[in-house]
Design a protein around this ligand. Sequence first.
Ligand code: ATP
Length: 197
Amino acid sequence: MKIGIYGGSFNPVHNGHMHLAETALKEFELDMIFFVPCRISPHRFDGDYVSGKDRLEMLRLACGDNPKFQVSGYELENERTSYSIYTVEYFKKKFPDDELYLLVGSDMLLYFEKWYRFEDILKNVTLAVVSRTDGDRDILLEKAEKLGEYGRITIGKSAPLMVSSTEIRKKIAKNENCSCYLDKNVVQYIRMGNLYR
Ligand code: ATP
């Protein structure tokens, strides 16, 4: 099987995240994807987080009943910085005979060599990248070639869906409607829990 590991803050999960996952299923022919919300992100330093339980629950709602999408609490259950290498090693143990893909948006590829133990990550997975910005394909291919000595990197061809959680949090705080960026059940969950106010 080809298994995708998809880490992130998912604060909240939005249509851009789901676009990446659906693109990955199609373009990289994955059999399933594990969404793994982080506990403590190595990439973000602000404290603007809702609880792990809420982020996990919103992911479950966004994944709905798609049997190819699973949500994993692995990083939330571990009280340490959520470095991707730990998660990759965990999935490698769990699925020793399967092919692992680590899914990232293009912003992450651009500084991937700064990631903790990135060489070890690339020994264990194919890094599968989906664009977040129009017209960035050449830069991504160039970057992939440079990193290619450490492992396999593949770049999707789909057009980006440009939205971020930061943008959504700001809109909610201003009481603006975000339903075009979010799953309808996630919109309702945010409203009921009065999140991001
Ligand atoms: P924030 O605005 O809070 O920084 P974010 O929208 O960038 O959040 P994260 O949860 O931090 O979302 O991202 C998790 C992963 O999803 C990263 O690999 C990121 O590049 C990717 N990603 C986020 N948004 C998109 C998008 N619109 N298209 C493709 N990939 C995305």
